[in-house]
Design a protein around this ligand. Sequence first.
Ligand code: SAM
Length: 218
Amino acid sequence: MFKKLKKIIFPVAKFFFDKYTLKQRSYTYEDITVQISAEVFPPHFTISTKILLEYIKPLNLTNKHFLELGCGSGIISLFAASKGANVTASDINHVAIHELEKAAVANAISLQVVYSDLFENLAEQTFDYIIINPPYYPKAPKNTKERAWFCGENFEYFEKLFTQLPQHIAPNTWMILSEDCEIEHIKKLAAKNGLSFEVILEKSVVKEKNYIFKIQKS
Ligand SMILES: C[S@@+](CC[C@H](N)C(=O)[O-])C[C@H]1O[C@@H](n2cnc3c(N)ncnc32)[C@H](O)[C@@H]1O
C-alpha cells in the first residue's frame, strides 16, 4: 500500500526536489556547513547521508584512517575529520571535489580530497573505515550529476566496485542501501567476488527500510 502511494507521490516530489536543488543550498550538521550546488548529491532530503552521520557520531575515530568513497558534498568526511579521523574523501565528480576543498577551508577542517573513479587513484592506501553511500538505481547515468543516483543499466558501478574491493577491504567497510533498491542482486554481484554482507543497522524512515551493511571477505 505504502509502496503504491510512493509511486504516485514520487513524480510530484521529484519535480519540487529538482527545482529546489537547482539553486545552491547550504546544509549544516553539528556546526559544519557545506554549500551544495545543483551538480552535487543533496543530503537535505535524502535519508542515507543523515543515517550514516548518526551512525558514526558515537565512534571514537581519533587517528583512524577513514575513506568516504564517493563523498559528494563531503559532509560525512568533514564530520569524521572533526572527530579526529585522518580522512580521505574521493569522488568522480570534479564539482563535488572542488566544493569540498572550499568547505574544508571554510570550516577549518583538514582532510585529503582526491578525484578518483572508485579506487583508481587510491591504490597505495589502506583504511580502518571505508564508507560507501552508492548510486543504486539501475539506469545509465547521462552525466556526472546523475552518477550520484544511477549505477548503470547492468549495475556496472557495483560490478567494478566489487572487483576492486577485495584488494582494499577495511576492517570496517560499510555500505548503506535502501529496500527501494535491488539488494539481493547487489549481494549476488558481491558474492561473485568473494564478498558477503552483514546487516549492522536497520532503520525505517517514513516507512522505508534502510540498511547499513558491513562488507567482508567470505
Ligand atoms: C549517493 S551519492 C553519496 C554522496 C555522499 N557520500 C553522501 O552520503 O552524501 C554517491 C556519490 O558517489 C559518487 N560516484 C559515483 N560513481 C563513482 C565512481 N565510479 N567513483 C567515485 N565516486 C563515484 C557520485 O558522484 C556521488 O557523489
